[in-house]
Design a protein around this ligand. Structure first.
Ligand SMILES: [Zn+2]
Length: 202
């Protein structure tokens, strides 16, 4: 194992990510084998535990996790999610300790409807992403999709609003992040709630 990350440390992270995955899958946000989760295990050098590619997210186990470096490349074998590189980029860029990526209907629908970004204001729920409930406009950026994680990362970096711990990828889904898996989950739930609300407005 690299740095100070032991096999049992990686397994522990895997157990946390598996529990989070089962929860998100139960919401219908990780249909099929879509979506992926990560948690930062070391900052310098950057190392993340990322969910393995191709698994049913409702059936994930502690072993279905891969250790990756700052480029999203597997450090000790295994096949990480194809989007591991973007998880690493988000962690490096934002200082987040955990990243959530889900394919939700509301994120795709709202990204299609408002490709320039989705503006929220005067909603109590904005407190859930650390913003005032009143008088402040907060924009959730929407970026174009790409199969090239470098391109996607560049778009995310350019569009990111530091006040909003999430980005919508058009025609694809939602990325959200937080200090740890629990906060990343809360941010995901809050942003998804905001998107579902906007979806009901005509
Ligand atoms: Zn995806």
């Amino acid at each position: 194992m690299t740095a100070d990350i032991t096999a049992s440390g990686l397994q522990e992270a895997g157990a946390v990510l598996a529990a989070e995955s089962v929860r998100f899958a139960s919401f219908g946000w990780m249909r099929g084998t879509s979506g992926n989760l990560s948690v930062v295990l070391s900052r310098d050098p950057l190392r993340l535990a990322v969910t393995a590619s191709g698994h049913d997210k409702g059936e994930l186990t502690a072993a279905d996790v891969v250790l990756v470096d700052g480029q999203g490349t597997a450090v000790n074998g295994g096949r990480p999610s194809a989007e591991a590189e973007l998880h690493a980029r988000v962690a490096a860029l934002t200082g987040a300790g955990a990243v959530v990526h889900v394919h939700t209907v509301a994120s795709v629908a709202m990204g299609h409807r408002q490709p320039g970004g989705i503006v929220f204001k005067d909603l109590e729920m904005l407190k859930g992403v650390g913003q005032p409930a009143h008088d402040v406009e907060v924009t959730l950026p929407v970026i174009g999709n790409s199969q090239d994680m470098k391109v996607l990362g560049d778009r995310l970096e350019a569009a990111r609003d530091p006040r909003m711990p999430a980005v919508v990828v058009a025609g694809h889904g939602l990325y959200a992040w937080g200090a740890d898996p629990r906060q990343a989950r809360h941010h995901t739930e809050v942003v998804e709630w905001l998107l579902e609300l906007e979806l009901t407005r005509r």
